[in-house]
Design a protein around this ligand. Structure first.
Ligand SMILES: *Cc1c(COP(=O)(O)O)cnc(C)c1O
Length: 394
């Protein structure tokens, strides 16, 4: 196994641990625990575990370790810890570094559950949270202080696809000794350069592109060995957010094809964005990989110009038009996941972001006509024809 491998090779062979049977496909170790040869060995294991020594699946498991190692190789971090869901990963990344009296700065364009962890969970234990406009580096500069322990943001926000400058925020945070925690779902592990840009801790919901087939929840936290082993693992080992070995196996299998899927989804996103330019029924078409996006230059630096797999459109006719559009879609499904092989259409105002107040939605640009389209791997011509036909109905 080599860290010099190109990403596609790492995705297929990275992290493999073969049993004595030399199986081709990664083995699923559906076991809660592990047997010791002697009492002395058990004692030794509890003192220290090597990379191929396991005690209890809440701490580690061979199938889960394969997924962690493959992801760390791909992302370019020293280590990783896999979790039961993306939210278990966000929660642990934050909870493991904060104590009462600490200060955290976060971008305000956040997934509702991330906002809950920050304001309702950390807030309850006396962590002070400052929310800023993530795209405004001056706002970060004004908010980050010497007692700021961490900054947290989604590198591309959901659902309005604002891109946050990882390098710019990291420079500000590091000048004050704060840890940079990036939720990198929309960038995808395929296009991520987060480590190179200065992120210290990178979090993914593996439910999205990594599984990519709508089968299971999962998450992962990536960082230095020191952070993962000394800061994160004590918290996660004892609080129980571990990924199940079966789901880790699904994620490993997802990784084998993630690059092919994400490239196909991105190509569909570009084709759709181009087909919708200047459409009479649309007030806005948002895609970070298109020159019409306000942060197109930043996208060139941050993800080599890759805009990801989601396009958001704003129907000029508001909610009624959006619902007529959604009800006319035939290639794809109405649901709320993203990164799936199937195209998924979502009306954020009435579903994923319905718990926000009108003011919060307005501040995030979530209008009544906004529809989030997570492009699947279907034929792009079918998707474009379907969207254009559905817009006729709108
Ligand atoms: C989906 C998502 C999460 C939560 O992940 P789950 O696997 O659903 O727990 C967190 N952050 C972002 C940006 C997401 O898209």
């Amino acid at each position: 196994m080599s860290n010099d491998w190109k990403p596609r090779t790492k995705l297929v062979h990275g992290g493999i641990r073969r049993s004595q049977y030399n199986e081709v496909s990664e083995a699923i170790f559906l076991t809660q625990g592990f047997v010791y040869d002697t009492a002395e060995q058990a004692q030794e294991r509890f003192r220290e575990t090597g990379p191929d020594e396991f005690i209890y699946a809440r701490y580690g498991n061979p199938t889960v370790a394969m997924f962690e190692d493959r992801m760390a190789m791909l992302e370019g971090t020293e280590d990783a810890f896999a979790t039961a869901s993306g939210m278990a990963a966000v929660n642990a990344a934050l909870m493991s570094v904060c104590k009462a009296g600490d200060h955290v700065v976060a971008a305000k364009a956040l997934f509702g559950s991330c906002l809950y962890i920050l304001e309702k969970v950390l807030g309850r234990y006396g962590v002070e949270i400052t929310l800023v406009d993530g795209t405004d580096l001056d706002a970060w500069r004004a908010a980050v202080r010497d007692d700021t322990v961490a900054v947290f943001f989604e590198s591309t926000s959901n659902p309005t696809l604002e891109v946050i400058d990882i390098k710019g925020v990291a420079e500000i945070a590091h000048a004050h000794g704060a840890l940079v925690i990036v939720d990198n779902v929309f960038a995808t592990p395929v296009y991520s350069k987060a480590v190179e840009l200065g992120a210290d801790v990178i979090v993914y919901s593996a439910t999205k592109h990594i599984d990519g087939q709508g089968r299971a929840l999962g998450g992962i936290i990536l960082g230095t060995q020191d952070y993962i082993r000394e800061t994160l693992m004590p918290y996660l080992k004892h609080s129980g957010g571990a990924l199940s070995p079966f789901n880790a196996w699904l994620m490993l299998k997802g990784m084998e094809t993630i690059e092919l899927r994400v490239n196909a989804q991105s190509a569909n996103a570009i084709a759709l964005t181009e087909a919708l330019q200047g459409h009479a029924k649309l007030a806005r078409v948002i895609y970070p990989g298109h020159p019409s996006h306000a942060q197109y230059d930043l996208v060139q630096r941050q993800t080599n110009g890759q805009g990801g797999t989601v396009v958001s459109i704003d129907l000029a006719g508001g909610k009624e038009a959006a619902f007529r559009f959604l009800n006319a879609i035939t290639v794809g499904v109405l649901s709320n996941n993203l990164g799936d092989a199937k195209s998924i259409y979502t009306h954020p105002e009435t579903t994923t972001h319905s718990s926000l107040t009108d003011d919060q939605r307005a501040a995030l640009g979530i209008t009544s006509g906004l529809v989030r389209i997570s492009l699947g791997i279907e034929d792009g011509e079918d998707i474009v024809a379907d969207v254009l036909a559905a817009l006729e109905q709108a």
